[in-house]
Design a protein around this ligand. Structure first.
Ligand SMILES: Nc1nc2c(ncn2[C@@H]2O[C@H](COP(=O)(O)OP(=O)(O)OP(=O)(O)O)[C@@H](O)[C@H]2O)c(=O)[nH]1
Ligand SMILES: [Mg+2]
Length: 195
């Protein structure tokens, strides 16, 4: 996919603040620091459009980006980071769940997992939740550059065993550092926007 324009639209905490656009939307979810914002930048060939950080808990609101005037990327705040203040934690769940449940033009959730780690309880809870509400989603195993080629197959198998995926839940290997998996992921995204 050739990205000709990518612009930050707005940050939102609740539906009244979401953009009015009804173009297809793709949301990026996963635990804090897993690499959601980095992955968005990699897909868009931008260095700093979505703000990233080495410190977990960088993204705290729902951020909307408009791509080529025809689709929207949504960077969600990460979950599961112990040091985020309790007040933030308390609003995170309802804020994100509400978005995922109510957004009519949401056509795909990209659930990002660190290929080096087992899915956390929060990851598993989100998977259950997405299945329960019948939200279309795929898995992306990122930070692939951090392990050896031999390890990739082993890690993938181990993680997928934990997730016990249904037949239509795809998985893509990715690295924001090398760009590995970018074309595959774009293909899935474009397919989802045409459903
Ligand atoms: N080596 C490597 N580092 C990565 C990759 N993806 C992200 N990182 C690094 O991981 C850290 C966190 O990345 P972010 O993109 O800010 O993570 P996030 O999931 O948006 O984090 P929150 O907004 O806090 O939820 C940064 O230091 C990134 O440079 C990757 O594929 N490979
Ligand atoms: Mg982020």
């Amino acid at each position: 996919m050739k990205v000709t324009s990518a612009e930050f639209l707005k940050s939102a905490a609740e539906p009244s603040q979401y953009p009015e656009e009804s173009i297809p939307e793709i949301a990026f979810a996963g635990r804090s620091n897993v690499g959601k914002s980095s992955l968005i930048n990699t897909l868009l060939n931008r260095k700093r459009l979505a703000r990233t950080s080495t410190v977990p808990g960088k993204t705290r609101l729902i951020n909307f980006f408009k791509i080529n005037d025809r689709l929207c990327f949504v960077d969600l705040p990460g979950y599961g980071y112990a040091k985020v203040p309790l007040s933030v934690k308390k609003t995170w769940g309802p804020m994100v769940e509400r978005y995922l449940k109510e957004r009519k033009n949401l056509c795909l959730v990209i659930l990002i997992l660190d290929i080096r780690r087992e899915p956390s309880d929060d990851d598993l809870a989100l998977v259950d939740w997405l299945r329960h509400y019948d939200v279309n989603f795929i898995y992306v195993l990122t930070k692939m550059d951090k392990i050896s080629k031999n390890q990739v197959t082993v890690r993938r198998r181990t993680i997928m065993e934990h997730l016990n995926p249904a037949h239509d839940e795809g998985v893509i290997m990715f690295s924001s550092k090398t760009g590995y998996g970018k074309d595959d992921l774009w293909e899935k995204i474009m397919k989802a926007t045409k459903r």
